[in-house]
Design a protein around this ligand. Structure first.
Ligand SMILES: C[S@@+](CC[C@H](N)C(=O)[O-])C[C@H]1O[C@@H](n2cnc3c(N)ncnc32)[C@H](O)[C@@H]1O
Length: 253
């Protein structure tokens, strides 16, 4: 096991120890109805925020693919608990559902799931109807995100940026105004959705900052986009396994 793999093994051990701690569980309970993330992913995310605050890692917290905002909500709660100052939170989503996967790159699971609701698999930027209704209850709207963050959590609205639309349009257009990023959380499932975010937002992640890819272990296209990007950019930081789907790495200093 090399040094970085040892780091992730240690980190997961700490996650297991911290799961069940009153403060983390209290914060998770407040966002539970607004997120699809598993418990290990939520514990890990809470600890990443705490680490950023304690080590004074500068930058915004960004999520691409927020659904109802629960993961961003947890970052907000952890910042309120551990941060001396508020972070800017950037939320990227269509807020109307996921676009079509592309059968050429996204793999059989994505294709099967989308075809099960009669959706197209040609990679068009149109929302697949009925997918979240079938697998998660409903799509996440901008109003769901706003209600959780601003009303239920009470995070100050002047620190929240909503980027509404397809990543392929909003991410390239808005990346320049984002500044540095401490945590980049990618949760867009498909190849094209993951790739555009890495291309435009990864360069903004500060050394010591975290990159989390929620679907690396689940969807082939997401994994392909990450592997290609890491290979092209010569990124050697070990991918740490959070659970069977989510992986993360720390940008090297
Ligand atoms: C799996 S859900 C995100 C789950 C969320 N992070 C949570 O805490 O439960 C994926 C989200 O990504 C969004 N999404 C995926 N690809 C997108 C794209 N290319 N442009 C805009 N939104 C996209 C979908 O609308 C959906 O809300």
């Amino acid at each position: 096991m090399d040094g970085i793999s040892k780091f992730w093994a240690w980190w997961r051990g700490r996650d297991r120890m911290m799961a069940g701690s009153a403060e983390i569980e209290e914060d998770i309970a407040r966002v539970r109805a607004f997120t699809m993330l598993t418990h290990p992913r939520l514990v890990n995310l809470h600890r990443q925020v705490e680490t950023c605050e304690k080590r004074k890692i500068p930058g915004a917290f960004v999520e691409c693919g927020t659904w109802k905002g629960g993961a961003v909500g947890l970052m907000a709660l952890a910042n309120l608990r551990h941060g001396k100052a508020r972070r800017i939170l950037h939320l990227f989503d269509s807020f109307e559902g996921i676009p079509e996967p592309d059968a050429a790159v996204d793999g059989s699971l994505a294709v099967e799931q989308v075809r099960s609701v009669q959706g197209g698999v040609d990679g068009r930027l149109v929302a697949v109807q009925g997918l979240y209704e079938k697998f998660a209850g409903s799509v996440g709207t901008l109003e769901d995100n706003r209600r959780l963050l601003e009303k239920e959590i009470g995070y100050p609205a002047e620190f929240i940026r909503y980027h509404r639309g397809w990543f392929q349009e909003t991410v390239p257009a808005d990346a320049g105004a984002i500044g540095s990023i401490a945590i980049l959380r990618l949760d867009g499932d498909w190849y094209a959705s993951t790739k555009v975010c890495l291309d435009h937002l990864y360069p903004r992640v500060v050394p010591g900052g975290f990159v989390i890819v929620d679907d690396y272990g689940t969807y082939e296209g997401c994994r392909k986009a990450v592997d290609e990007y890491r290979e092209a950019k010569g990124i050697r930081s070990a991918l740490g396994k959070i659970d069977s789907s989510a992986y993360a790495w720390v940008k090297k200093k």
